[in-house]
Design a protein around this ligand. Structure first.
Ligand SMILES: [Zn+2]
Length: 334
C-alpha cells in the first residue's frame, strides 16, 4: 500500500499498521495554548547555554568569542564547547549530562557508516487545524528550520559492536520530544522491522509527553507502539529502553517503561506527571531526589544507570547476554 494519505502524517512508502483516517474531530480550542500534557518538568539543571565565560569587570567583552562556551547548570563551570562535544555533552567537572541531539547520540553508539535511517521524510500534518498562540503548522515550520529534523525521533537499523539492532532515538529539541503520529508510526515501523528481521530493539527516549496539537491521534500512539512491542516480545526478541532527561507522561506511560531492560542516564528526571503537579494534588512533601533516575533505581523501576560515555560498551555487554542463541534461532527460521 503506497501513496495512501493517513491521519496525522504524510508518507508515501509502505504501510506498517492500520490507523484511523478520520480527519476532523471538532476538538479545536482556539483559546488554549497548545502544550504537551502534563507539562514537562523543567529538566533539573537542564541545558543553559551561556554565551561567554564569567568575566571580571576589568576584562573586555571582545576578548572572549561568543558561542564558544557553555556554563554547566550544576557546577557553574565554563566548558569550552569543543571539549563538551568531545565529551559527549557531559560536564568534565561534575559529570552533569547535558541534552544531546538524536544524531549525535546515534553517532556515539553505532559503528561508522552502518546506520540505515528509516522513514526519514515522514512529517506531521495538522489534522485538527490546531490554532492557539501559534498554529501547529507554524510550530512545525519553525522546528523544522531550528532543528534540521523532520520530527522528534530518528529511527533506523545499525550496528553496535557485533550486534545489528533496530534503534530509535528521540530528540528533545523538536517540540519537547513530544510524541505525535510521526513519532508513534516511525517507532512502530522500527519495532515491526526488528521483529521481521529478528533484531533487538533499542529506544532511547526523552519526551515531555504526547503532542497535544494532535489530540487523540497522539494518544493512540501509546497503544500502537506497545502493541508492536508485544509482537516483538512474542518473537522472544529483546527490547532495551533507555531513559534520558527528561522523560515524562505519554512516552513514559507507554513504550519507554516496558523494556526487558530499562536503563537510564545519571540524573535523568523520569515520571508520569511532573513533581509540581503531584505535590499540588497530594498536598504532601515529596521525598528528596523524587523522580530522578537514582531514586527510581532504588525503587525498582529501572535496572541500571549508565553514564553516557559507557553506554555503548554496556549495551554491547547486555546484548551479548540478551541475544544468546538468537542468531542460531534466526538461521533455523531461515
Ligand atoms: Zn558541571
Amino acid at each position: 500500500m503506497s501513496g495512501q494519505s493517513r491521519a496525522g502524517f504524510e508518507y508515501f512508502g509502505p504501510m506498517a499498521t492500520t490507523v484511523l483516517k478520520k480527519k476532523s474531530l471538532g476538538l479545536v480550542d482556539t483559546n488554549v495554548e497548545p502544550a504537551v500534557t502534563p507539562p514537562p518538568a523543567p529538566p533539573e539543571g537542564g541545558t543553559s547555554f551561556a554565551k561567554k565565560p564569567k568575566i571580571t569587570s576589568k576584562s573586555r567583552k571582545r576578548d572572549i568569542p561568543e558561542g564558544l562556551w557553555t556554563k554547566c547548570p550544576r557546577c557553574s563551570a565554563m566548558i569550552f564547547d569543543k571539549e563538551l562535544d568531545e565529551n559527549l555533552k557531559v560536564c568534565p567537572t561534575c559529570n552533569h549530562h547535558f541534552t544531546i541531539g538524536a544524531r549525535e547520540r546515534i553517532h556515539s553508539l553505532v559503528e561508522t557508516c552502518t546506520f540505515e535511517e528509516m522513514d526519514a521524510e515522514m512529517i506531521s500534518v495538522d489534522v485538527l487545524g490546531f490554532t492557539g498562540a501559534a498554529s501547529y503548522k507554524d510550530k512545525l515550520n519553525s522546528n523544522w528550520r531550528k532543528t534540521n529534523l523532520k520530527d522528534a525521533v530518528v529511527t533506523g537499523i545499525g550496528q553496535i559492536g557485533p550486534h545489528r539492532v533496530a534503534l530509535g532515538v528521540m530528540d528533545f529539541s523538536f517540540l519537547g520530544g513530544s510524541m505525535g503520529s510521526v513519532v508513534g508510526e516511525k517507532l512502530t515501523r522500527l519495532i515491526e522491522r526488528g521483529t521481521e528481521k529478528n533484531l533487538p530493539v533499542i529506544i532511547i527516549s526523552t519526551s515531555g509527553g504526547a503532542r497535544m496539537y494532535e489530540g487523540m491521534f497522539s494518544l493512540m500512539q501509546m497503544a500502537k507502539t506497545c502493541a508492536a512491542l508485544a509482537y516483538h516480545a512474542q518473537a522472544k526478541l529483546p527490547y532495551v529502553s533507555i531513559l534520558t532527561n527528561p522523560d515524562y507522561a505519554g512516552v513514559m506511560a507507554s513504550y519507554a517503561s516496558v523494556g526487558d531492560l530499562i536503563l537510564a542516564e545519571p540524573g535523568a528526571l523520569i515520571g508520569f506527571a511532573g513533581p509540581r503537579v503531584i505535590k499540588d494534588t497530594t498536598q504532601a512533601e515529596l521525598p528528596p531526589g523524587f523522580q530522578t533516575a537514582e531514586f527510581l533505581l532504588d525503587h525498582g523501576l529501572i535496572d541500571a544507570i549508565v553514564p553516557r560515555k559507557e553506554m555503548k560498551a554496556r549495551l554491547i555487554e547486555y546484548l551479548d547476554y540478551l541475544t544468546t542463541g538468537l542468531s542460531a534461532r534466526a538461521a533455523k527460521k531461515a
